[in-house]
Write a protein that binds this ligand. Structure first.
Ligand code: ADP
Ligand code: MG
Length: 327
């Protein structure tokens, strides 16, 4: 069930890392909201600050500034012991199911570990078989160890573990990018199925926008630590306003054939330690003008829930039609 209740909100959060005596701004003034029952996709190339944002949201790393609220509570400065109950309601699924599961533990131990940590061991036994069934694994699997499973099955185990405490929110950081392409869709579909069964919100992080836009309600696009566009999944898919979003769509193997207007980006994004002046995307942008070199575009709300940070988003459609490739 979706509702308008905002369960997670971040206001203007920034995270910097000291790197070789300089400050690397990994997350630069990000604001986002996740509502009850909603699936929000956070997308962007590698290095855009998605994982750092996720870690900041769960208070796993400190933020330099900004405000975090979860389930009506300001958690920005909560001490570790006071975070205990919030932690129960937000769980993470990580990218690599090979490193995220302890190889010495059995599946049963892995899945029930969060229950034990939260003093709920008495319901563990019964919940394991329910969770295994929910993620499409057999109860016979519970005494095996992770090395007996494929990557896809391991990610199913990680999802079962994330569900164990019946959280209100799951943050999944690139949950399928370490998996075989052939099983990525299965795991995305599984995430969708368990959301129906267990009713929680998702923040799903991905670099392949085409893989997640069909299960997302809203999409937030990041580039070099900043949000550059936000909208419903349909708006982002069919009426992208930022040239960077168009490039992400163009790069998606599943989606590319759908599009006439493509932008194929060459190379890697610049490092956030040497962020370009003006619009950080301007050196790679096919529609950049003088103004983009000097003036950083603000993230403007162009209609309710629809945001874009581009000086030329309004005039982008005609020029893009002519752009077949760019590098
Ligand atoms: P994404 O998840 O979108 O690939 P990350 O959040 O992992 O991006 O990284 C954003 C930027 O922050 C990158 O430039 C990365 O190198 C840098 N970064 C991330 N974690 C650290 C860290 N612990 N120390 C220094 N730099 C980091
Ligand atoms: Mg990441």
């Amino acid at each position: 069930m979706k509702s308008d209740e905002v369960i997670l909100s971040a206001k203007n959060i920034s995270v910097t890392f000291p790197v070789a005596g300089r400050q690397l701004v990994a997350v630069d003034g990000v604001s986002l909201e996740v509502r009850e029952g909603e699936t929000v996709a956070l997308v962007g190339e590698s290095g855009s600050g998605k994982s750092t944002t996720a870690l900041a949201l769960i208070r796993a790393i400190p933020i330099d500034s900004g405000e975090l609220r979860f389930l009506g509570q300001d958690i920005t400065n909560l001490r570790e012991k006071d975070l205990f109950s919030a932690r129960r309601q937000m769980q993470m699924v990580f990218q690599d199911p090979y490193s995220s599961l302890d190889p010495r533990m059995t599946v049963q131990e892995i899945i029930t570990e969060p229950l034990r940590a939260h003093g709920m061991q008495e319901i563990a036994e019964q919940r394991v078989s329910e969770l295994l069934a929910a993620v499409g694994l057999s109860p016979d699997h519970s005494s095996r160890k992770p090395d007996q499973f494929s990557g896809g099955q391991r990610q199913r185990i990680a999802i079962a573990r994330a569900l164990a405490l019946r959280p209100r929110l799951i943050i999944a950081d690139e949950p399928v990018s370490a998996l075989d392409v052939s099983i990525q869709a299965q795991i995305v579909n599984l995430l969708q199925d368990v959301q129906r069964e267990f009713r929680m919100s998702y923040l799903i992080i991905a670099h392949d926008l085409g893989l997640v836009n069909h299960i997302a309600d809203r999409v937030i696009v990041m580039y070099l630590g900043r949000i550059v566009e936000e909208g419903t999944a349909d708006q982002i898919t069919w009426e992208p306003k930022h040239p960077y979003t168009v490039s992400l769509l163009s790069a998606s193997p599943g989606d590319a054939h759908l599009r006439k207007n493509r932008i194929i980006l060459g190379g890697e994004p610049p490092s956030p330690i040497d962020r370009p002046s003006g619009c950080p995307f301007h050196p790679r942008c096919p529609i950049a003008q003088e103004r983009c070199v000097t003036e950083t575009p603000k993230l403007l709300e162009i209609e309710s829930g629809r945001k874009v940070a581009c000086h030329f988003s309004g005039v982008m459609d005609p020029p893009l039609v002519e752009i077949q490739s760019y590098s």
